[in-house]
Design a protein around this ligand. Sequence first.
Ligand SMILES: Nc1ncnc2c1ncn2[C@@H]1O[C@H](COP(=O)(O)OP(=O)(O)OP(=O)(O)O)[C@@H](O)[C@H]1O
Ligand SMILES: [Mg+2]
Length: 405
Amino acid sequence: MLQPISEQKKKGAFFFQAGNPAKNKINGYVNGINDALKAKEWDKAEQQLKKLVDYIYKKINSKHRDPAIMAWFEQNPLYSVTQKIMRCKALDVVRNHPNARDMFNQLTSNDALASYISSLLSGEIDNSQYRLKNLGGENNQVVYLSVGDEEYVCRFYRVLKQEKQNRESSLDAVHRLSKLDAVVYPDLMVLVKDCDDQLEEQVYLELSEYFSHGTLEDYFNQLHKNNADNKTIQMECLDFTNQFLSFFKEISTQGVWYTDLKPSNVLLNEKNRIRISDTKGFVISDEPLKRINRCGVTANYHDVSCYEDKFLKLPETQQKTLAATLYHLMTNRPPERSQEGSEWQLKFDFDKPVFSGKYGQKLKQLITDLYNVKFKSWDEVMDNSFIQTAKPEAASSSAVTLRGC
Ligand SMILES: Nc1ncnc2c1ncn2[C@@H]1O[C@H](COP(=O)(O)OP(=O)(O)OP(=O)(O)O)[C@@H](O)[C@H]1O
Ligand SMILES: [Mg+2]
């Protein structure tokens, strides 16, 4: 909310006398903006803001500049109000668009996501005010959207109606984990396709925070490309090992599992803290088993021993995906697969120089133990003394800054 100009300033020589017409005019606009923001009348807020800006500029350019107006203008960044209006408006346009569902039904492929969003915003927000860009996404298009200074990623999010109604979909898992920093909580979820059949999918349009520092895969790729020495790679890998262990431990206290850990599913904030935004891999289960068709997994990061009949073994999958992820970070590649028919194992090449030295050997052992599902709990992994000792060193060895948009 904007602060109106007060009758009197505590510090400094300037103050408005009661009944000052300039003050009254500015406060009239300010109150108009605040009321419109409260009532979610974005167009009205924009109109009032425009009038306020015009008035202020007139005053700034006048011969007799009023110091009180100048001071107020400096302390109240009107630009941030514009940003706020744009952001709220964009989210509201998407949220309440009457044709959102019809438009979705006309889509023939995921490639259409960017044009779908653009058609939702068009006419409502000037197209010079927003920008859309495809970011990829293998199974599901991920689109970057910026509105003013706000940046989002958008994607379609599919859930089985029955699971949603039973409150055990991946979306419900994200709700359970909403207090966890490591999990990206969406800014907006709009239902764009519903169904009558319980066994069919509902589709949501998701808008979430955009992370300009990229993924963990990008980060390590850059380290390897920059020929970082083995010790740096090992220490960085240990830093993320610690973060993953805390993450798995935390989600386990909420009855949630994550079955699709891999470096490209992990984003980083500006302090290199992990942020999981591909939330399709979250599973709610009181049992250590979940039906395979309800779990998101990636072949190179687990193996056939994770399956039992039509079920995925959750503790096994978590330990194996962590093993494969750490191996990927160390070597800049996921493990290879040795395939026999429909069965496969992961192959780790521990002869690489990055596995030499004290920490290299310890990491090799940890990856092997995780892959062989040796641990009974995350505490047991954390008790591993070398992980603890390495913690402070790792935190200080952050080496690379990565791509902006
Ligand atoms: N919030 C975000 N901020 C920045 N980039 C993102 C974000 N979400 C996704 N991306 C980029 O888009 C890529 C694909 O995203 P995501 O993993 O959600 O899609 P996907 O369809 O599940 O792909 P895959 O099947 O490979 O996991 C990520 O690897 C990352 O590069
Ligand atoms: Mg993904």
